[in-house]
Design a protein around this ligand. Sequence first.
Ligand code: UDP
Ligand code: MG
Length: 310
Amino acid sequence: MKLSIVIPAYNEIESLPRLVEMIHQHTAAFAPYEILVIDDGSTDDSRVMLETMAAEDPCVGYVFFGRNYGKSAALATAFQRVRGEFVITMDADLQDDPAEIPRMIAKLEEGFDLVSGWKRERHDPITKTLPSKCWNALVRKVSGLKLHDFNCGFKAYRREVAESIRLYGEMHRYVPVLANWQGFRVTEIPVQHHARRFGQSKFGGRRFLNGIFDLLTVTFIARRSAAPLHFFGRIAFYLLAIGMAINLYFAGVWIVTQTLHVRPLMILGLILVILGFQFASLGLLGELMIHLRGGEEKYRIAAEKGARGE
Ligand code: UDP
Ligand code: MG
């Protein structure tokens, strides 16, 4: 199969039939293809509608979640099931234009592994576009990846990328960062963006704080040079070094003068030593977790040739 189109949908009953129809108009060249809708616990009548649609259209498949798990969960579930050589993800709300699909695939065929959409002219309220601009600048800074628009739902992947990226929580916002750090070739192209016609946005203000937490996680996962103790151990080392120096100083004072008074600095010394041990054990716990999981990470191998021997 050449192409899988993945659509996470949460209460998008008005948009879905129209979207599937539009997809068909632009993907004939990629047959056979599949359209996989992940219904993220919709409470409207999406389920009945999708069942009918799938019965009539052999290209359409679906997964229904028992409750609303979020977009990352929907994408992760789809990525375990896709069969196409190329995978497109797009929002269900008609904001992404299926007419862009051939251009995105052409970019993959040029040799890129992930093509991210860039909503250059965005049709969303300012309460959304402005924070998004700041957030994108922050992610650019932290990740070193120069994209304008990390969190566009419209993306094209080689299946290998979709299969090797692990999404949970709200990590879908960082797909390009994760892919880049795994050694995949990432790029972006400007895409048409439309205003939402039906229903309303599913992401409220809560997303800002969560977004920052997830950025921390992503940075930590990617930057800890594969060994938790290298990261936590370094912090522990400095805390212990300073703490011990303070304690030794007071030990010296006690030996020389035979008297000792509690001073703020003394308390600091104690706290630093305790914290140092805490960080060291955090690092060791991390190492233990990796060890129990079976050691090495998943490495992305770009090419390989075994020797035949003579
Ligand atoms: N979505 C989802 N589960 C959720 C929230 C959203 O599957 O818990 C889907 C939603 O149906 C849409 C896409 O993710 O297809 C993007 O959501 P939305 O359009 O609300 O986000 P926005 O465009 O406002 O950033
Ligand atoms: Mg939308």
